[in-house]
Design a protein around this ligand. Structure first.
Ligand code: 5GP
Length: 112
């Protein structure tokens, strides 16, 4: 856990969130500033950020994020209508929180 990471604080329960799904490996919660009717963030419970620094030891955690994405899609009822999964990496890509997370958007028009 990083003291200055907002997602670590949410995972620790120090900052509230609207939880959608949780297991031993990930927490998924509604984005505070949704860009679509359904906009959920899937966050690994270990604080890791840069995909380009991932290696063999991260394979399990990365897979768990995608399993969490699937559970979120089922829970929010968007498997039929379709959904987008996005990882922003770096400020140039619009990343604001430097703790790896997948954006799951769906439930109508989904921004590109
Ligand atoms: P990024 O731009 O880093 O890929 O995405 C970070 C996302 O986290 C943004 O969509 C932003 O709205 C969301 N976010 C930032 N702070 C909070 C927070 O305290 N609670 C929740 N639920 N979402 C947050």
């Amino acid at each position: 856990m990083s003291d200055d990471c907002i997602f670590c604080k949410i995972i620790a329960g120090d900052i509230p969130c609207s939880k959608v799904y949780e297991d031993d490996h990930v927490l998924a919660f509604n984005d505070i500033n949704p860009k679509a009717r359904i906009h959920v963030l899937v966050v690994p419970k270990t604080c890791f950020d840069r995909l380009h620094e991932a290696g063999d030891t991260h394979v399990g955690m990365l897979g768990r994020i995608l399993v969490g994405v699937g559970r979120v899609a089922e829970t929010t009822g968007i498997t039929g209508s379709g959904y987008r999964v996005q990882f922003n990496q770096g400020r140039g890509a619009g990343q604001e929180v430097f703790h790896l997370h997948a954006h799951v958007t769906g439930g109508g028009s989904v921004p590109t």
